[in-house]
Design a protein around this ligand. Sequence first.
Ligand SMILES: [Zn+2]
Length: 353
Amino acid sequence: MTARLALAASPLFLDHAKPGHPERPERLVEVRRELERTSLLAEFTPLSVREATRDELLLAHEAAHIDTVARLVADTPVMLDEDTYANEHTWRASLCAAGAAADLATAIMRGTCDRGLALVRPPGHHATPSRTMGFCVFNNIAIAARAAQAAGVGTGTCAGATPRIAIVDFDVHHGNGTQDIFIADPSVLFISLHQYPLWPGTGWFDATGEGAGVGANVNIPLPPGAGDAALKAAFARIVLPQLRRFRPDLLLVSGGWDAHWRDPLAQLQYSLAGYAWACRQLVQAADELCGGRIAVMLEGGYDTEVLAVGVANLARALAGRDAQDDPLGDGGMGETNAGALLDRVVAQWDAGA
Ligand SMILES: [Zn+2]
């Protein structure tokens, strides 16, 4: 059966901008151009985009955080923190990014579509319960996970009362905000693959959760230069076994293409082919574990060609196709051996972390 694909996107996400900043509207412009060029866009049904409600923001954030952002954006342009800018359109874009993510996840949980993609800005995975961080205002994927849990209760797709959500974050930076929001929550499994050391400095593998959430936080801190070999080994040895152990009702993905070798912000050195392989693995895992229910939320990725082709490859994976495009190759980079690091992560989990 052909998967029913949904796309949450809107021109209003282009209005959030600061000249010269790497998190720029052209990222989405180039993605859309590539999805049109490849005719992939026509395979997705558009979702209408609306602002998240205050109650939805409160699913992941403290009231003081929402109020602080609302106060600061009253006088734009302004920096919300050392990295995160706001202009006069940022408040609306941020609310709509969270609303789009929540609507996509709930539509999948309710069965009105099977798989989906949220092409939103600003990104979300660094936003913590109490503050903006790293270009992120509100944590879109965390709000989506909580909204999906609320929507999924009683739908018949879940064995228990609270749907189990797995979040895989393959952005090159650690998803510290998502980790913080779910650190003590056993109903949400968070798995982050990221470069370490790298900003924001969190994400070592010994952070496995707190309280009832111990065992539901999986960090895979890969060394600079790790490349596709480490990505594939990390999936085979940790990501896929952890997903099978957890058995989610819905798989959410923080998609960041800044681990590519040509990205200007980091040095993990994946190729587009490696990324495409990972996307297919996640779609197959959703098919195996949770009725094919998977939604991807856009996070980082600052080389626009890499991002555009990478998202197109993701769209092909969501459509169930093995085809992929990689005009850039592997960059001729040597690959750092991450085997010893992965051995330590596997040993920790085998010991019952
Ligand atoms: Zn990133």
